[in-house]
Write a protein that binds this ligand. Structure first.
Ligand code: ADE
Length: 222
């Protein structure tokens, strides 16, 4: 898989993808990730890429010219072009899984008030939000999306099971609590059942606790 990230801040997007599991996936050739500075496509002598919103209002809007030039030069035949924006569809694990089988993602990062809508209509395949809050910078959201996608590439995680049996494998159920040694810690013991060796009972307990946890933390999931 190839991932290109188009942003005003390539370092912000790339830094979280340059260590640990994701860097190992890159080193192993499972994914090639490149950052691109949108200003490189500016024709302005000060490398400007934004202007004030038509119709008034606060903030700045990314101009269509540099975005058009950048996206058309980075986009290939099989590219999925994604815009990170709080106006996008909420990212879910199911969509992450689908995106992990694409061959080329071009992730465009919004900044300030947003990007000129003509670019969204002509060149963006999909708008994605990583949650109902506003970040200063879409590059942070791009790093989140890349991390979630790359860890699902075959071979990225050491134990291939860990990508299957986890929260959101069932999109409506969180994971059960987990424990490790020592068995007693500050007077609190690991639940007896987890030390019993009875796998059927453990699975039953985990299911029950997963349901409890989901009700408490995510009553919106049914
Ligand atoms: N840019 C700013 N906030 C964002 C969000 N919540 N999701 C995606 N991109 C963003």
């Amino acid at each position: 898989m190839k991932i290109d990230i188009l942003t005003l801040f390539p370092e912000i997007a790339l830094q979280p993808l340059s260590d640990s599991i994701i860097q190992r996936a890159r080193d192993a050739g499972l994914v090639e990730i490149r950052g691109h500075n949108l200003r490189d496509w500016s024709e302005d002598k000060h490398r400007r890429v934004d202007d004030t919103p038509c119709g008034g209002g606060p903030g700045m809007v990314l101009q269509p010219g540099p975005l058009h030039a950048a996206i058309t030069s980075l986009k290939k035949e099989n590219t999925r072009v994604i815009l990170m924006t709080p106006q996008g569809a909420a990212l879910k694990q199911a969509r992450v899984r689908e995106l992990s089988s694409e061959t080329h993602l071009l992730i465009v990062c919004g900044h300030y008030e947003g990007i000129d809508h003509r670019i969204i209509e002509s060149l963006i395949d999909e708008e994605i939000s990583i949650g109902d809050y506003v970040l200063t910078n879409g590059a942070i959201a791009a790093a989140v999306l890349c991390d979630a996608v790359v860890r699902l590439l075959p071979g990225a995680l050491g134990d291939s099971q860990s990508a299957i049996e986890e929260s959101f494998s069932d999109p409506n159920l969180l994971e059960a609590p987990c424990y490790t040694r020592p068995v007693a810690f500050m007077g609190e013991k690991v639940p007896e059942i987890l030390l019993s060796g009875n796998h059927a009972k453990i699975a039953e307990w985990r299911k029950e606790k997963a349901v409890e946890r989901t009700r408490r933390n995510r009553p919106d999931l049914k």
